[in-house]
Design a protein around this ligand. Structure first.
Ligand SMILES: [Zn+2]
Length: 144
């Protein structure tokens, strides 16, 4: 593949990714203006953080790609679609970590039990309670 051929492919893939983002975005947001709504809603239901929810969805795409690498086949969706979705998920993940991203609602911290904490205020970038001593996170209890 020449450099020119590759650039043409990239342009074609990016067009398709933009279409997918627009189409699937409508499904994911459930009539919210917030494109990251689904991650936040599932985070509230589960007590996990939005970026942790994102990581599960993203891992699904990566596992499908790894399955293709290993077995040469994927079910239910084309391998090209999996690559394109994975690329879009990287964008959504980066959207979740931008400083401008505001949390919806409040959370009850499962680490320190403080009620009604703001997500960006109370948790660090890894979704860990800022009030909890960092040494606690390295204890064997957290290995599970
Ligand atoms: Zn806390």
């Amino acid at each position: 593949m020449t450099h020119t051929e590759f650039l043409a492919l990239v342009t074609s893939i990016r067009d398709e990714q933009d279409k997918l983002l627009a189409e699937k975005g409508a499904d994911y947001t459930q009539q919210s203006d917030d494109v990251l709504h689904n991650f936040k809603a599932v985070a509230e239901w589960t007590g996990l953080t939005p970026i942790q929810i994102w990581s599960v969805y993203f891992a699904k795409h990566i596992l499908a790609i790894m399955s293709y690498v290993r077995y040469g086949d994927v079910k239910s969706e084309s391998i090209e679609g999996r690559f394109r979705d994975a690329g879009n998920y990287l964008l959504l993940g980066e959207g979740l970590i931008t400083p401008a991203e505001k949390p919806i609602g409040t959370y009850d911290c499962t680490y320190c039990n403080k009620k009604g904490v703001g997500y960006n205020v109370h948790y660090d970038a890894r979704g860990r309670c800022k009030r909890r001593a960092s040494k606690d996170y390295d204890s064997p209890d957290d290995a599970t």
